[in-house]
Design a protein around this ligand. Structure first.
Ligand SMILES: [Zn+2]
Length: 358
């Protein structure tokens, strides 16, 4: 229900004429998606809603309509008369298999699911620091990782091929590695920072760093950031990326965004088969707006025999909790815990990373 209501509020936002009401409904949709509990639990005996931050009176009206009738006549009527019904429909198709926070919490609690538990998760392998487009320092990542009970984190700032995300120069990368070495000396035996990068997969499937540069890294996440709105088949692009020596993880493989873009179209069974052959892990990116791959596509990767990486893609320490979204998808897909590289002891993880880099 939270997901359904948030989607309707997003639809409503999209057809608003004033920027201010557009942002109001968008904010309301985000607030509903972030609720820990089902929206029904906010209903009071007198039929009104308990106060929810960022939800104004007109959003409340939509929510109550949906709770009472299963849909919102207000929103549906407004869409019909807006002249934008086609565009709204297009966006509706781009919200498949996204989980609300309440669904994430439910999946984490549901003991009948077979996948990994929160306690099995030992560390996160995709995140961004102040060295590229993140707001968290390496110090803060270590502190937040330890506070979350992790024994490692992979720092994967953007590579120089993606200047829009403040991709790092090779000079900066060397400086970052010295900072990581110092932190690892300080926390030896307690916590391990892993020297990673998020390399960009170009349109032809090659990544934006030279082989010798990739070999300077312990962990390479390769991910697509372009050609994400075309229906053209990109199987060859993704297979080329997976076959690139030194690549460990295929990051947010589709590159989709909630209600906005479909991402890569490919014969995923062939991509997954190549990943199995190359010993490359498929990422479940837990950023709520990405959720990529989702539980549905993850089931195919499970059947193919893939390894998995469950990552937050955090740009701030608060966002490290996004890993829980990835874990929820893995549980819904029934990913065996032993196939999740984040659940391995750090020694085994480092061995796998080194074997792929060799
Ligand atoms: Zn990315």
């Amino acid at each position: 229900m939270n997901g359904k209501i948030a989607a309707l509020l997003r639809d409503f936002a999209a057809i608003q004429k004033s920027k201010q009401s557009m942002w109001g409904y968008k904010r309301a949709a985000s607030a509903i998606l972030a609720l820990e509990q089902p929206i029904e639990s906010f209903l009071q005996p007198d039929g009104t809603l308990r106060k929810i931050p960022n939800i104004g009176p007109s959003s409340s009206r939509v929510i109550l309509e949906v709770l009472q009738t299963g849909t919102s006549p207000t929103v549906e009527r407004a869409i019909e008369t807006s002249g934008q019904a086609k565009e709204v429909d297009r966006r509706r198709d781009l919200r498949g298999h996204f989980l609300s926070r309440a669904q994430v919490v439910a999946a984490l609690r549901n003991a009948s699911l077979a996948g990994p538990r929160l306690g099995d998760y030992r560390g996160d392998l995709q995140m961004h620091s102040t060295w590229s487009d993140g707001s968290q320092t390496l110090d803060e990542i270590v502190a937040a990782g330890i506070a979350r009970g992790y024994s490692f984190c992979g720092v994967t700032d953007h590579s120089y091929g993606l200047p829009i995300a403040r991709g790092m120069s090779m000079v900066d990368l060397a400086r970052q590695h010295r900072e990581i070495d110092a932190l690892n000396r300080k926390h030896r035996g307690a916590f391990r920072l892993i020297k990673g990068i998020e390399a960009n997969i170009r349109a032809d499937g090659t990544v934006d760093m030279k082989p010798a540069e990739l070999r300077l890294l312990e962990l390479v996440v390769a991910a697509p950031h372009s050609a994400l709105r075309t229906a053209t088949d990109q199987t060859a692009r993704m297979i080329t990326a997976v076959k690139t020596p030194s690549v460990h993880i295929l990051g947010h493989p589709r590159g989709r965004k909630y209600g906005s873009r479909p991402g890569v179209t490919a014969h995923w069974d062939r991509v997954f088969a190549a990943a199995v052959r190359m010993n490359v892990a498929i990422e479940i990116d837990g950023d709520p707006s990405r959720q990529d791959v989702d539980f549905d596509l993850a089931k195919q990767a499970v059947a193919a025999g893939c390894l998995f990486a469950l990552d937050s893609d955090a740009h701030s320490t608060r966002e490290l909790a996004y890993a829980e979204t990835a874990i929820a998808h893995a549980r819904l897909a029934g990913v065996p815990t032993e196939r999740i590289v984040n659940c391995w002891p750090v020694e085994r993880l480092l061995e796998w990373l080194a074997s792929r880099s060799a």
